[in-house]
Ligand binder design. Structure first.
Ligand SMILES: Cc1ncc(C[n+]2csc(CCOP(=O)(O)OP(=O)(O)O)c2C)c(N)n1
Ligand SMILES: [Mg+2]
Length: 1180
């Protein structure tokens, strides 16, 4: 034992003198194979090593692994190793005097050249072979032998990790390997760029056999190959028409798997029939573009020519994946080759496709979109596998790559709907352009969703149509990374670069990609390197900007022709077969063309990407279902929502949360709801009705303002959560709330995509603060605002955008109401037919979205439930509150949620309406400012003379109700009050609409005046004093200055309140003494410390803004004192657990109610077929 240790220590000593890489090898040796290693070393040490020797080169860390392997081989069969090694291991020789007749093993080509010293610029110490190449010229031949082996290993590794740098990927031959004389003198692509210093290493004999390390599969079943064979095979695999980037993958298993797919002899193998099929598909791909070019010479079609192989690649992926059980494919792509995909992958009927070129009228209203943006859904038989497949190409805007997360969200929802918890049945495919893939940030943001439990689509296959140009810009000016695909490295995706003019290599990559996704459920990229035969579109002249490239392109035969010639040469087809293939497809196109000419109009609905078949059939679209629910339901939801997990589960809840739950419980008992409870009522009752609810966004589980707390965290047990709303009813729909990655753009788009998959779900995306939503502006503009108009694709998605001026500074104040309102497409100058009995529903149906700025929990409840109560779907943009979340006035009694209640588009001033003639001012407002105005009106003692009317639904504008208000307050001055700056908030939207409504009134001479902040380029000041001054100016402009009487009255009230609070505190202390052991019940008032808006942002809330609500909040906040003093008190009584729902998230339920997180529609990816040996998350 002592001996062993000293050996190891000695080796460590030697190894530490070597490079880091040697250390690494040695560490592997000492720790990974320690036991075996020690055995060898014991032997070496005991038998061979003289007492006082210089560090033994043989037994040093560099060679130890090799020696160890050799020894293990020798110990099984001494004849299986070189004679010299046999002698060495059997103790016949001493390591320092090895003088084997190396001529037996090497045909020396001159020992001085053989041991060519490294170049003066000695390779970095980290290189294995630096040790080898640096071996002294006089080194014994055994060392040469070892060095040769080491260099061979290093070369294999170099090909694997760097071979792609010298791969022959460019069909134009502009960018590519220059090639050079390889280590064996043969010409090969791999030069220094790949092999580094090993490139200069000179071997004695090319025919020497080398034992292949386990890190390569090039030998197949062979363990030994000659050097020449090794080099030839590596060159073919890694520096041919495929450039394989996979060594960045941290998992050994996955790297091994990739090697098996490419390195094994005959890995790339096609039968004659398979080759014929590739050609047939190529004929269609190229034939379709040729046909369009002939028939519609001046039309833009963004042809695929130059990357024609993409169609066979997609078809191969579909074939292979269908075989693996995939039933539904979701495709997201931009313009390039889209029509071809529709025709040849989706098999969209050619007449319908060509009709788009004839400029026909659409049968439905809507502005439509250009033909290469429309979505498609097709269901057809896959002839290769004889299985039915559904293919969806998601409609997309011009904004490159923005469709990616939308498609992913849709695919995710489809998985949920199918109960496909592992992504076995649904496969997302994304097609990218080279310039956009690396240029658009949304690519990174979406790729980063790939492994998040609530967002994963279990692997996406990415295909890059890499035509080496973006519009007119060369890659060297459009990206800093070597490859346009580098963005995918962040998720450890294998990246398969492939020459577009080698169809078999491309199809092989497609096969590997499909198999990878099926096996590992992770992203994979195929980068098809081709060219663009025409300009950016067919009308563009590419010679203006890429003259030399296009000179080359003119000389390159289309891949279809090249491949046909190859197959003819190989005797697989004849010339006649090839011609017949072409003629056959041309006829299909021609027949389709003739058919298309007969069409007189076309329907947008034929271009819906995933129809909600039958969902609205037999239903009056204008009939809204009631949104109120029974008090019993409210009580049930309220009780579950306010209860901690059942005690038998010993779920340790944070004490602050227990206090919040206590407050909730009190509210339920008092039959009153705050914002959080109102939201829970909406969600809970939707779930009860079988409507799936998903809430997604940054920190939504707790809620940015700490008001929600849907997911409770076990305080002493990791990864144990509890979400009471998942346990309301046994047969409820699944509820998923998920914190998202810190991205607005991709996550909003993802959830928008999710919302489009089914009308029977409510998908809520919440911004952290509304201000940040503008990072997703493109998604809002191109999908949410205009998606239905362009693509007749409905969505009922909900956006929560926290908004209000509370002195938090320019970027924590505004969700930019004005922008959403500006995008609303109701006509400001047209007073609608308000006598229509279906006016409310029709008005919503005709607008692109609903914009609300709600002030009561009940209205939030109805607004959310209305999303599925309507006979159609519309996005809802709601500006949600911040301080109002806990405002004592922002509460709704249960009666406002019951069966007799409904959504209020405006909230009238009931008191003033009783005596309208006293009202001098009719103030319309929206959102939180109402509570400021309410308070100030009290302080100014103008409760009877100023009516406050809240416009809860800004768009579509509630003309009918506004008109009524004008008529109620005939003599009042009409004001619009807003806290936002004049060029922001609702003013520019409401003003013309108020005018339109006023015009409608007979003999009306009044107009509406603006009261609010002056125009500003910034949403808000960052200075609290200025903020308060602006606030005061707004208040004064409506109510005037406070009079002396007002001030006296206010002082009196404050005193009274203080007195009352004092006596309450005293009383509660007394009662605490007497109710020892019992729970000190918190009042149904805003919580104290725990309920305060969380974080710095909330802490920064200015006194000024908080002023109106503050006194009330303070007053109420004193009550929780009781619970503060009794932090350890247990709740009086714990509710009996509700039985766990038999929902699709059932897998997450442990022991009934305790739950591992139901992360999303599905449980987090289960151990896939193979555990990820590199991912620390998978080990947790
Ligand atoms: C977000 C966005 N920016 C700019 C454009 C304008 N544009 C359309 S195509 C294109 C070039 C795209 O190049 P690439 O991604 O390589 O695709 P290719 O057209 O070469 O197939 C550009 C810049 C756009 N459509 N979207
Ligand atoms: Mg391009």
């Amino acid at each position: 034992m002592t001996l062993n240790r000293s050996c190891v220590e000695r080796l460590i000593l030697i190894s530490t003198q070597r490079s880091g890489f040697i250390m690494m090898l040695f560490r592997e040796y000492t720790f990974g194979v320690r036991r075996r290693g020690l055995r060898i070393l014991t032997r070496l040490n005991a038998k061979q090593l003289p007492e006082k020797r210089e560090p033994d080169a043989l037994a040093n860390g560099t060679n130890a692994v090799f020696v160890e392997r050799l020894y293990s081989q020798w110990s099984q069969n001494p004849k299986s190793v070189e004679e010299s090694w046999d002698a060495y291991f059997s103790g016949k020789r001493n390591t320092s005097s090895v003088t084997v007749d190396n001529k037996k093993s090497f045909k020396a080509a001159g020992s001085s050249t053989a041991l060519a010293a490294p170049k003066p610029s000695a390779p970095p110490a980290r290189e294995v072979a630096s040790a080898a190449a640096a071996a002294p010229a006089s080194a014994p031949a055994d060392f040469r032998y070892i060095d040769d082996h080491l260099v061979v290993q290093a070369i294999i590794r170099a090909y694997q990790s760097r071979g792609h740098l010298a791969a022959d990927l460019d069909p134009l031959g502009i960018v590519g390997p220059t090639g050079g004389s390889s280590v064996d003198g043969a010409r090969r692509n791999a030069t220094q760029a790949v092999l580094r210093q090993h490139y200069s290493y000179v071997f004695n004999d090319l025919n020497t056999s080398f034992k292949l390390p386990s890190s390569t599969k090039i030998g197949g079943t062979e363990q030994f190959l000659t050097l020449k064979e090794i080099l030839d095979r590596l060159e073919r695999i890694y520096c041919g028409h495929m450039g394989l980037e996979y060594m960045q993958i941290l998992s050994f298993n996955k790297c091994d798997w990739i090697r098996e797919q490419f390195e094994l002899p005959n890995a790339v193998n096609f039968s004659a029939d398979e080759k014929k099929l590739i050609l047939e598909r190529l004929t269609r791909s190229t034939g379709f573009e040729n046909f369009l070019a002939k028939k519609f010479t001046s039309e833009k079609r963004f042809g695929l020519e130059g990357c024609d192989i993409m169609i066979p690649v997609m078809k191969e992926i579909i074939d292979r994946s269908t075989n693996e059980g995939v039933e539904s494919f979701f495709i997201g792509m931009a313009h390039r080759g889209r029509l071809n995909v529709l025709a040849n992958v989706c098999r969209k009927p050619i007449p319908e496709l060509l009709a788009q070129f004839h400029g026909l009228k659409a049968r439905e209203s809507g502005s439509g979109d250009v033909k290469y943006h429309l979505g498609v859904f097709s269901e057809r038989l896959n002839r290769k596998t004889n299985r039915n497949v559904r293919i969806t190409v998601v409609a997309n805007p011009s904004h490159l790559e923005h469709v990616n997360p939308v498609m992913l969200g849709k695919a995710r929802a489809e998985m949920y709907l199918r109960g496909d918890y592992q992504g076995n049945k649904v496969l997302p495919i994304l097609i990218h352009g080279d310039a956009s893939f690396c240029g658009q940030g949304i690519v990174f943001e979406s790729i980063h969703l790939s492994d998040l439990p609530a967002y994963t689509t279990f692997g996406t296959i990415h295909i890059v149509v890499n035509n080496q140009v973006g519009f007119t810009t060369d890659p060297r000016f459009s990206r800093s990374s070597r490859y346009c695909t580098d963005v995918a490295r962040v998720v450890n995706a294998p990246i398969l670069h492939v020459n577009a003019d080698d169809p078999e290599a491309c199809i092989h990559c497609a096969r590997v990609a499909a198999a990878w996704r099926a096996k590992y459920k992770k992203d994979v990229v195929i980068d098809i390197v081709g060219y663009r035969r025409n300009g950016h579109n067919e009308a563009d002249e590419p010679m203006f900007t890429q003259p030399l490239m296009y000179q080359r392109i003119r000389k390159v035969k289309p891949v279809m022709v090249q491949y046909a010639e190859k197959l003819i040469r190989e005797g697989i087809i004849t010339d006649a077969d090839y011609k017949e293939m072409q003629t056959k497809y041309e006829k299909i196109c021609n027949d389709g063309f003739e058919e298309s000419k007969k069409m007189k109009s076309f329907s947008y609905s034929a271009w819906i990407d995933s129809p909600w078949s039958g969902y609205f059939e037999g239903r009056d679209r204008l009939k809204m279902c009631p949104t109120g629910v029974s008090v019993k339901t409210l009580e049930h939801i309220g009780n579950v929502y306010s209860s901690p997990p059942p005690s038998e589960h010993k779920f340790e809840v944070h004490k602050g949360i227990l206090r919040i739950l206590g407050l909730r419980k009190k509210m339920v008992e008092a039959k009153i709801a705050d914002w959080s409870l109102g939201e829970a009522f909406a969600i809970g009752s939707l779930l009860k009705d079988g409507v799936h609810v998903r809430v997604s966004g940054q920190d939504v589980e707790r809620g940015t303002f700490s008001h929600r707390h849907h997911v409770l965290h076990h305080q002493t047990q990791d990864k144990t959560w509890y979400n009471s709303l998942q346990h309301l009813y046994p047969d409820q729909a699944p509820y998923h709330i998920c914190n998202s990655s810190l991205s607005e753009n991709a996550v909003l788009a993802f959830d928008h995509g999710y919302s489009m998959a089914s009308p029977n779900s409510v998908v809520i995306w919440e911004a952290q603060f509304g201000d940040f939503v503008n990072t997703a502006q493109a998604v809002i503009d191109t999908f949410i605002a205009s998606g239905e108009t362009k693509w007749v694709r409905q969505s009922g998605m909900v956006m929560f955008l926290p908004h209000s001026m509370e002195g938090m500074g320019p970027e924590h104040s505004s969700g930019r109401i004005e922008r959403f309102l500006q995008l609303s497409d109701d006509d400001q100058d047209v007073f609608p037919d308000t006598n229509d009995s279906d006016f409310v529903a029709r008005q919503i149906m005709n607008v692109n979205w609903i914009v609300t700025n709600l002030t009561t929990p009940a209205n939030l409840f109805h607004a959310l439930r209305r999303q599925v109560a309507m006979g159609f779907r519309k996005p809802l943009i709601n500006f949600s509150p911040k301080s109002v979340l806990r405002h004592p006035l922002a509460r709704s009694p249960f009666k406002d949620f019951n069966e007799c209640s409904e959504f209020n588009r405006i909230i009238i001033d009931e008191k003033c309406e009783r005596n309208p003639d006293c009202v001098k001012k009719l103030v319309f407002c929206s959102g939180k400012v109402y509570y400021d105005l309410f308070k100030e009106r009290e302080d100014h003692e103008q409760a009877e003379s100023v009516a406050l009317v809240r416009v809860e639904q800004l768009s579509p504008f509630p003309y009918d109700l506004i008109l009524k208000q004008f008529q109620v307050y005939k003599n009042a001055e009409i004001l619009w009050a807003q806290e936002e700056h004049k060029n922001q908030g609702g003013w520019s939207y409401v003003q013309p609409r108020f005018e339109t409504a006023l015009i409608k009134c007979e003999n009306e001479t009044r107009c509406i005046s603006y009261h609010g902040r002056q125009p500003n380029s910034s949403p808000s000041t960052g200075n609290k004093v200025q903020h308060y001054n602006e606030y005061k100016a707004l208040i004064t402009s409506i109510f005037g200055e406070l009079t002396e009487d007002n001030k006296k009255r206010m002082e009196r009230i404050v005193k009274e309140q203080q007195q009352k609070a004092k006596s309450e505190t005293a009383a509660s202390m007394a009662s605490t003494k007497t109710t020892k052991g019992k729970e000190a019940a918190p009042a149904a008032a805003p919580a104290g410390k725990d309920a305060a808006p969380a974080g710095k942002d909330a802490a920064a809330a200015p006194k000024a803004a908080a002023a109106p609500a503050k006194k009330e909040a303070k007053k109420a906040a004193r009550k929780p004192v009781q619970s503060k003093r009794k932090p350890n008190m247990k709740p009086k009584k714990q509710r009996a657990p509700t039985p766990a729902p038999k929902s699709k998230s059932e897998d997450n339920i442990q022991g009934g109610i305790m739950t591992k997180r139901a992360a999303g529609p599905m449980p987090p990816p289960e151990p896939k077929k193979e555990a990820d040996d590199s991912d620390p998350k998978s080990k947790k």
